[in-house]
Design a protein. Structure first.
Length: 441
């Protein structure tokens, strides 16, 4: 019986046959593929970089994300969490990257990313003495704010992609709704169909989009079959202003990674993340970002959409995720395969993203309510969510303050939620335990 339990996708190190693991691993890659390349597409367009360099960077982004995911899955020294965390190009850096790229050039952006990644590794190394800043009430609120901040992203995907000329068109809404319905139907089954429900929904939605004439395969036809990832496609330029700006953002992404790591532990393993896992996760973030800068791509961090996927499927097996990481690396050697995924309409992913992002929120709520909320904790929750998420949704309220305040706190509600929850947790007096109340509870 014990052996049978170990031979399962629901155990970190259970033995899983390749034919069962591969589709579940690819499911994770489909969930993050567009999110992994979108930041580069945005930055390359803004800086008017050549089409050839853009395709090179997209190809490199696949390779780096796969390698960084392997580092998370299989730790060495103190680097890597050993948890089913998928890594990818972070969209959280887009605002800062735009500003640095426009002012100092792409080389300065890569130089600052390299230094910032090293800085995050240092932060990760000293995470244990800082753990008292992250009790369950704080990490739960970070998970909740991650879910809340991603919901608009999911809806933008659902409508066809933010800024799309046909955003909200009936065909996009139909495809997104179809994906949701397929996922809901697949979740009613047991076994493989249930576990691969997100993948089944995305594939079905992609086929429908092709039938409706929503897919242009020109990029796929023109892309090469085989090409090596390009080492140092852009030279480094070390600019102090750029390094300081990116350093601030790396502090912010450390907070998000702590939330993602806690989300995976809570949503997939039904427990809190350990000090060692948090340390390894943050340090792997830093190393992934260093590696990313060497290959000319933006910082690599844990992907919240995959945290949501773990919460939906409960599939936590490292070998399963490893097959997805290897597939991602192979995409880095096959531009045609990368192009096949990159032309997929965003509304296909949108149907799945809405469910996955909402499940991150549910995971955070479950973590928060494991124990009855005291009056003190309730006040922390109210203010952290009220101000943090509220300001994240109305960033204009910070427009009159120095620009650096907006750059840190107005990007989304995650950082503000964390800061408020942490400060209140440190300054508010602890509740005195009332034996009567404990007995009644």
């Amino acid at each position: 019986m014990e052996e049978r339990k170990k031979d399962t996708i629901y155990e970190l190190d259970g033995t899983v046959p390749l034919k069962k693991a591969l589709p579940l691993g690819i499911q994770h890659i489909l969930a993050m593929f567009l999110g992994n390349i979108s930041p580069l597409i945005i930055i390359c367009g803004m800086l008017q970089m050549s089409g050839a360099l853009k395709m090179t960077l997209i190809q490199n982004a696949m390779f780096v994300a796969g390698v960084a995911t392997l580092i998370q899955l299989y730790p060495f020294w103190k680097i890597g969490s050993g948890l089913p965390i998928v890594m990818g190009t972070s969209s959280g850096f887009i605002g800062t990257a735009k500003a640095i790229g426009a002012a100092f050039g792409y080389g300065a952006l890569m130089g600052a990313s390299f230094v910032g990644g090293l800085f995050e590794m240092v932060l990760g190394y000293f995470i244990k003495p800082l753990r008292k800043l992250f009790p369950p009430v704080v990490t739960s609120l970070v998970i909740i704010s991650i879910g809340l901040s991603l919901l608009p992203v999911g809806i933008n995907y659902f409508g066809g992609g933010s800024g799309a000329a046909d955003f909200g068109a009936v065909n996009h809404l139909a495809v997104g709704t179809f994906v949701i319905l397929v996922i809901l139907i697949a979740k009613q089954f047991k076994g493989a169909i249930n576990n691969a429900s997100i993948l089944i929904g995305i594939v079905a939605g992609y086929l429908l989009a092709i039938i409706l004439g929503m897919v242009d395969f020109t990029q796929v036809v023109e892309a090469d079959w085989i090409a090596l990832p390009s080492f140092m496609p852009v030279g480094f330029d070390f600019n102090m202003q750029a390094i300081i700006a990116m350093g601030i953002m790396f502090i912010a992404t450390t907070v998000e990674t702590i939330g993602d790591t806690s989300g995976v532990a809570n949503g997939g393993l039904n427990r809190e993340a350990t000090n060692k896992e948090l340390q390894g996760s943050v340090m792997a973030d830093g190393l992934g970002s260093v590696l990313g800068s060497i290959f000319g791509v933006l910082p690599n961090t844990s992907f919240s959409q995959n945290v949501g996927l773990v919460a939906v499927t409960k599939v936590v097996n490292r070998f399963v995720i490893m097959t997805g990481a290897v597939f991602l690396i192979l995409c880095g050697f096959c531009p045609k395969l990368s192009a096949l995924f990159s032309v997929m309409p965003q509304s296909v992913l949108g149907g799945a993203a809405v469910i996955m992002f909402a499940m991150i929120l549910v995971s955070g709520i479950q973590s928060l309510t494991r124990k009855p909320l005291t009056e003190r904790d309730g006040l922390i929750v109210a203010l952290a969510i009220g101000l943090g998420v509220g300001i994240g949704n109305v960033p204009a309220v910070l427009a009159q303050l120095p620009s650096w305040v907006g750059n840190i706190f107005a990007q989304n509600g995650i950082i503000m939620t964390f800061v408020i929850a942490t400060v209140l947790n440190l300054v508010l007096p602890k509740d005195k335990e009332d034996p009567k109340q404990i007995e009644e509870a």
